[in-house]
Design a protein around this ligand. Structure first.
Ligand code: FE2
Ligand code: FE2
Length: 268
């Protein structure tokens, strides 16, 4: 049995501090073999830098970082991506050149070999994202059959789109989870006894906010249209994610457990 711990969009400094504070005890409690984060908001709320990526990999011992629509917000990531061997981009996003940029076969620090994929939705997302099903088919074809542990991060807004894709992937991969909404959903389950799934992992970051952004600026923009700079919030940090057990012989998921841990309460 292989245990996966995956955490949703790490939002800005509050999200990173929450991860730093909570991950050691999660490792003790759950003893995961593979640990994943979504890093699209990790640097100042928008995008990812080499420094923050290295903090995840070397500091937190993360095995792979998936991304989303904000992947390119920090321009340095374009140059750094070819050297970031544990970073995957949304394969079908309009500004991601090739589908194989959304797939990595990785040996985890525990020695377990796994495939991780990242795709982006099309409903209520930026224009120009390519066919998701075709991107997934292409990537799955490239995975050696011996690699049974297969994980997909579907970065999308619409819950229906994430569920359609999860059913499409049922039996083809071990675990599918959604990211991007920054709100955890309570529907974790195993599809058809094969593929673990949750519609959205939820954000790891400050929940005294509007999806991780300081609520005053978000409310002002919605109420008046005035565009005050969006900055990541800091209050009430939660870590949100999922623990999933996979049978490495079949690649099937045998257990899923949702995590929603409030840092201030845990440390009180
Ligand atoms: Fe996000
Ligand atoms: Fe996103």
């Amino acid at each position: 049995m292989t245990r996966i711990l995956a955490m949703g969009d790490i939002m800005g400094k509050a999200g990173r501090l929450c991860l730093d504070a909570m991950l050691p005890r999660l490792r003790l409690e759950h003893a995961p073999d593979i640990v994943l984060v979504n890093g699209e908001n990790a640097a100042g709320g928008f995008g990812l830098t080499e420094k923050v990526y290295k903090g995840f990999i070397e500091g937190n011992g993360i095995d792979a970082v998936t991304m989303g629509n904000h992947w390119h917000d920090k321009r340095e990531i374009y140059d750094y991506f070819p050297r970031a061997d544990r970073l995957v981009l949304p394969a079908n996003m309009g500004n991601v050149e090739r589908e194989d940029m959304g797939l990595k076969i990785i040996t985890a620090k525990s020695g377990v070999r796994f495939a991780v994929m990242n795709v982006i939705g099309r409903a209520f997302m930026v224009e120009g994202n390519r066919d998701i099903f075709k991107a997934l088919d292409k990537m799955i074809q490239q995975i050696p059959s011996a690699v049974r542990l297969r994980i997909v991060d579907i970065h999308a807004e619409a819950t229906s789109e994430k569920q359609c894709l999860a059913w499409y992937l049922c039996g083809k991969v071990s675990l599918v989870y959604g990211t991007h909404s920054h709100v955890p959903t309570a529907d974790e389950r195993i599809l058809d006894g094969k593929t673990g799934f949750v519609t959205d992992l939820g954000m790891t970051g400050a929940y005294d906010s509007v999806i991780g952004i300081r609520k005053e600026a978000a409310m002002l923009r919605m109420m008046t249209g005035e565009k005050k700079k969006f900055e990541p919030a800091t209050g009430d940090p939660w870590l949100c994610g999922l623990v999933a057990d996979i049978d490495e012989a079949t690649g099937h998921c045998t257990a899923v457990k949702r995590l929603r841990l409030e840092m201030d309460r845990a440390n009180a």
